[in-house]
Design a protein around this ligand. Structure first.
Ligand code: SF4
Length: 734
């Protein structure tokens, strides 16, 4: 048994041993590497950080003769530790994808028809500025909304704030992490961050709720997972599907989908009743214990057995396992938390479990993020919008982060005020927001749709004007500040010059800003000038950062609660809120309660979805290298159900949901590794953009089938595991 995570064990956990090998095999690169070996050419190495997903791993780019031939993990970066995942290795596939957006484009046909003319940058920027100014004059700046994800946000959020709109839609909030973050903030006064501050490397017990680590490939987290498995930590995986993580676990709990809350509440009840909770910790740091104990007393193991399909004795056994190993128990709160519409409360229940075990801020549970920080710079204040942001009145705990579907509804209804323009950067809304019909209806009503992206994704190809952003390997972006155990800062810098006529996001924002009359919000000539001045005000050497890629600030780590390192809970009471007075004041349950959710009817399956280790949503399905590894998704169906329907492995079926929406044909994966009441597929396939030649029409689109969603009344998150499908055999593909 080894305590170190080797490269091989890391790849093995992700099922990628062979995948890693296939990636480097393009002929020109082989020739360049050979020429380098012969001493005929010289390689350079430039540090940067990856954007193939949003973990921001430090990478070293090897360049020979102006071509990026290899990407490697930066050993100095805490998210990479010298390794990249398969998607990270596939970064050059994005750079050299022949389907990249190459020039600015202006729509010449009906919206969505796909007829474009090439335009100069001046023409395209002028086109967008003129129309944005017109909307501002006619309706006010609030009538334009920004939808954004990833590092483009650092450029286009300031642009849109300067323009004067408060309407910002982020699928990463309402369709992903929002309920989790809000649930933990209501309990501990802070979220768990991204990367999550889970201390899996030191855990004795790790509990995963549907978190399919190894398929959900977040580099350092999978390295920690690998290390914890190798060290013999006990893993408990709660998942209706026998995932890669379940395959490494000591206990797989094949829970009935939608009943996770029942299991967590039963565990809370058992831990309280059996006195397995950390009395000292609860006494010192928490309030509302009595109210909690009373509220959960009805959730017995026998009751939970009926709800979850898990044996009562097993439920008790795991509660005891957690209690006996506390506080070194990691309850992983997951990442994509928008499941059933009561997701803030489910995450709160997980938080309460962590608190009872005394694991928040303790070794093996979750660690305290660094208290180190960089000084906030002075910046010109943004104009105060005269109309309130759309989401604020509806969801009391949505905060300033955008509830995408609220902006969409306002676009359709003109209520409470019209939304006439969408500015979309770094997100493919057709694949990220549920109910595509509503998204299309909203897009049709717009006066202007602007898109900034690297690739011609489905949503991009509906825009009136398209700005081709260069890839992360060709640009500067904002400094990435890491607040894990220590304070770190990382630099993204161009590895090669931008290809074609593509431009960095910062340049697009600055140039558009000039034309919108807000150029003074971008008071620098180049982004590097801005970065240098920021580094100097932070007391960091820009030259050192340029050479190393990442700098860790010394003496900024104090990850666990001790007598001299006491936690600060920024809740209303200043304590961990087992009972939330804030929720009570806003008309919600102060202690999580169980709600039953609808079940599939006979012949139907609940549609669940997840990740492939080689793809990031729909963003990578066209990447030539990653497409080769996983070209189309499959639908997992339980073997006995498949037998009943006369279906065999490799058949193609269509999925038809409760509203009659039918998917593309998708290949069947007949397996014992999934319960009978649900089917599972990888998210992000079934691309409709014909410009994406590898991905077009491959596999089925889960988002197309998610016509129904259950909105979390606390924060506006859209629960998306509430759709049921039937299987229809596709004869032509059999
Ligand atoms: S996890 Fe993989 S894709 Fe994501 S940033 Fe890291 S190396 Fe890149």
């Amino acid at each position: 048994m080894t305590t170190k995570c080797s490269r091989r064990s890391f790849l093995k956990a992700s099922g990628l041993v062979s995948a890693g090998l296939a990636i480097t095999s393009t002929l020109p690169d082989k020739f360049l590497l050979w020429a380098e070996e012969q001493g005929m050419l010289k390689a350079t190495y430039t540090p940067t950080f990856c954007e193939m997903c949003f973990w921001k791993c430090g990478a070293m780019a090897k360049v020979i003769n102006g071509r990026v031939v290899k990407l490697e993990g930066n050993p100095a970066h805490p998210g990479a530790r010298g390794k990249l995942c398969a998607r990270g290795n596939g970064g050059a596939g994005l750079l050299y994808d022949p389907d990249r957006l190459k020039t600015p484009l202006i729509n010449t046909g009906a919206r969505g028809e796909g007829k474009y003319k090439k335009a100069s940058w001046d023409e395209a920027l002028g086109f967008a500025a003129e129309r944005l100014n017109k909307i501002k004059q006619q309706y006010g700046p609030e009538s334009v909304a920004l939808f954004t994800h990833g590092t483009p946000t650092d450029h286009f959020l300031p642009l849109m704030w300067a323009y004067g709109t408060p309407n910002i839609g982020m699928p990463s909030f309402a369709q992903c992490r929002g309920p989790r973050d809000v649930g933990l903030e209501l309990t501990f006064g802070e979220g768990i961050g991204s990367p999550e501050r889970v201390d899996m490397v030191n855990s004795k017990v790790v509990v995963l709720f549907g978190s399919h680590l190894g398929e959900n490939m977040h580099n350092s987290q999978v390295q920690d997972f690998s290390e914890a498995v190798g060290r013999g930590a006990k893993f408990v995986v709660v998942d209706p599907r026998f995932s890669i993580a379940a395959g490494k676990a000591d206990t797989w709990l094949p829970i009935r989908p939608s009943t996770d809350m029942a299991l967590i509440l039963a565990w809370i009840n058992i831990i309280i009743k059996q006195g397995l909770y950390d009395r000292e910790y609860i006494g010192a740091y928490a309030n509302g214990f009595k109210e909690l104990a009373d509220a959960v007393s009805e959730y017995t193991p026998e009751w939970a057995e009926k709800e979850t399909d898990l044996p009562a004795a097993k439920i008790v056994e795991i509660a005891i396992l957690m209690g006996k190993n506390a506080p070194a128990v990691c309850i992983h709160p997951g990442r994509h938390s928008t499941w059933y519409g009561d997701d803030v409360q489910r995450t709160r229940a997980m938080g309460i479990l962590m608190a009872l075990l005394g694991s928040w801020g303790r070794q093996g549970g979750t660690y305290i993020g660094t208290k180190g920080s960089f000084p906030k710079g002075e910046s010109k204040p943004y104009p105060e919008p005269s109309k309130a942001a759309l989401n604020l009145g509806n969801y009391p705990f949505a905060g300033g982060e955008g509830v995408t579907q609220v902006i969409r509804t306002a676009t359709i209804t003109d209520q409470p005020y019209p939304i006439k323009g969408w500015f979309v950067s770094g997100t493919n809304l057709m694949k990220s927001i549920p109910n595509q019909k509503e998204t299309l209806e909203a897009i049709k009503k717009l006066d202007l749709l602007v898109a900034v992206d690297v690739m011609p994704f489905d949503t991009v190809m509906m825009a009136d004007v398209i700005f081709p952003e260069c890839t992360y390997l060709e640009r500067h972006d904002a400094l990435a500040v890491g607040k894990g155990k220590s304070l770190t800062v990382s630099l993204r810098q161009p590895v090669i010059e931008p290809m074609y006529e593509s431009k960095p996001g910062w340049w697009i924002a600055k140039e558009l800003g000039k034309r919108l009359g807000v150029g003074d919000y971008f008071p620098w000539n180049t982004y590097e000038e801005k970065l240098k001045s920021q580094c100097s005000s932070w007391g960091i050497s820009y030259e050192e950062l340029k050479t190393k890629g990442t700098i860790t600030i010394p003496d900024t780590s104090d990850p666990y609660i001790t007598a001299t390192n006491q936690p600060v809970f920024k809740t209303k009471s200043g304590k961990i809120e087992l009972y939330s007075s804030e929720l009570k004041e806003n008309g919600f349950d102060p202690v999580p309660r169980y709600t039953k959710h609808p079940e599939p009817a006979a012949g139907e399956f609940r549609l669940i979805y997840g990740r492939s280790p080689v793809h990031t949503f729909s963003r990578t399905t066209n990447n030539p290298e990653l497409h080769e590894l996983y070209p189309e998704n499959e639908i997992w169906v339980n073997a006995s159900k498949a037998r009943e329907m006369g279906l065999i492995n490799g058949n193609y079926v269509s999925l038809v949901n409760q509203d009659g929406v039918k998917s593309n044909p998708i290949k069947l994966k007949v397996t014992e590794r999934i319960r009978e009441d649900c089917v599972y597929m990888v998210h992000g396939f079934g691309t409709t953009s014909k410009e994406l030649k590898n991905a077009y029409g491959k596999g089925a689109d889960d988002q197309g089938l998610i016509t129904k969603y259950a909105v979390d009344p606390i924060c506006g998150g859209t629960g998306m595991r509430v759709n049921f499908v039937r299987l229809q055999k596709e004869v032509k593909h059999a």
